[in-house]
Design a binder for this molecule. Sequence first.
Ligand code: VGL
Ligand code: ZN
Length: 211
Amino acid sequence: MGEQSFFTEETGVIVVDVQADFTEIKSGALAVPGTDDPYIDSVETATRRFFAQGFAVYFTQDWHPADHVSFYTNNPGTEPLQVIEINGRPQVMWPPHCVQGTPGAEIIITVKGSTKTVRKGTEPQFDSYSGFADDGGHKTELDNLLRQDGIKKLIIYGLATDYCVKATVLDALEAGYQVELVLDLCRGVSPETTESAIQEMQERGATIINN
Ligand code: VGL
Ligand code: ZN
């Protein structure tokens, strides 16, 4: 892949939301199609390899309180995948997922060694697809962590292509990072939104590569 154009010490790897609730192999509440054993194995193998090569590895983790605004169960009269307007913003109604402290919220790949995890979506009233900031504009610690670590370039992959991967990639580009999206280490919720997400990430300056 394209890592020869990257200086290891200036490059970070962001593994987006590889959590039980987003996967078929764990019968997750919001299982993304194609998150089978070979997929999870390939994500884990690639992540361990990046870590062994000396890249800093960051995980994002969707981490919602039980009363989170994005759960259809918290918005009476709505059903899963319906889009409603909340405070002037479109909000997809999701099944309850990645509730803080539950097995569904666990990151299901491991790397032996030091990695950092950034939690997001912790505010009951704001959703947060991006690892950098939520819909209310509240920043996570991710950008500060990357700057402290001297990171200028990012390799990004995970779940889901059309939601959290897309939002994280676009915010990373906006913040001035050079971004490589590893497409075959991503899976999307639906084919249409995944296709347009890939196009948008590319148009905004992300390089699309495969593992
Ligand atoms: C995600 C829907 C709701 C994601 C998170 O990780 O892409 N999707 N929360
Ligand atoms: Zn979520």
